[in-house]
Design a protein around this ligand. Structure first.
Ligand code: UTP
Length: 234
């Protein structure tokens, strides 16, 4: 049996009013518990709007970026504790804070939930580091958009979903879209250069799809069906 890492974007855990998205969390946890296709499941949660709220405040009072990152990490760990609590005895009852602590958790055959691990990166990068570490067959990123588009779908109506993309093509796309805020707490884009290097060297398959409607995820998780989203591979 294979291993999988799932990154749950913070945007799915909270709604627009910054309230916990009960419906998403309970539906997601129910689906996860029904699945039997993977041996080791690791769920990495993002920080979401709550993390960005804290980071905004810290920036206002002129705190350094590292402290902003640490707050982001703390919030992502709290978020992962919510998922851990929902999964009850199916989940390993501790949030590993680094890969060493994770290796301990792997001994127990439980679903492991995690947040950030070190300043200077996003939880998407964490998910990739973990996927590489456990030699996961795939990494699934659940976010609030259907996948990677050829241009920003929020700005352009004619943005097209890219169903398959190689690391080189993604690199070219990232270079085109990059801006000065790309490497600041709370602002690491869906793929930074570190995460791209990890995909490249580990040759893992990365799928991105929307978690807004969990039907797609349900089909993948329970029926082993292809995901409607983007696949990044070498
Ligand atoms: P994310 O920005 O990854 O959360 O983590 P998210 O809400 O899922 O983001 P999207 O939806 O993918 O855009 C929250 C913040 O925590 C810090 C960063 O500041 C990050 O922006 N963080 C997270 C770290 O510094 N290190 C980590 O290992 C993880």
């Amino acid at each position: 049996m294979k291993n999988i890492v799932i990154k749950v974007g913070g945007s799915l855990l909270f709604n627009k009013e910054n309230k916990i998205n009960h419906e998403f969390i309970s539906q997601f946890c129910n689906i996860i518990q029904e699945g039997k296709n993977f041996q080791q499941v690791i769920i990495v949660c993002g920080g979401g709007s709550l993390a960005r709220e804290f980071i905004k405040f810290l920036r206002k009072i002129n705190t350094n970026e590292a402290l902003c990152d640490i707050i982001g990490i703390d919030i992502s760990r709290i978020n992962s504790k919510m998922i851990m609590a929902c999964l009850k005895d199916k989940a390993y009852p501790k949030i590993p804070k680094n890969l060493e602590e994770l290796s301990l958790g792997l001994q127990f055959n439980k679903i492991i939930t995690m947040g950030g691990i070190q300043p200077g990166q996003s939880t998407t990068t964490v998910a990739m580091e973990i996927a590489e570490y456990i030699e996961a067959d795939r990494l699934l990123i659940l976010t609030d958009v259907q996948g990677i588009f050829d241009k920003d779908p929020d700005k352009y109506d004619n943005a097209k979903l890219i169903k398959r993309i190689t690391c080189d093509e993604l690199y070219a796309l990232l270079m085109k879209e990059s801006n000065s805020m790309q490497a600041a707490a709370g602002e690491y884009r869906i793929f930074d250069m570190v995460s791209l290097q990890i995909i490249r060297r580990s040759k893992m398959k990365v799928y991105i799809t929307s978690g807004k409607n969990l039907n797609e995820f349900r089909k993948f998780w329970l029926e082993n069906k292809e995901i409607n989203g983007t696949l990044i591979s070498n």
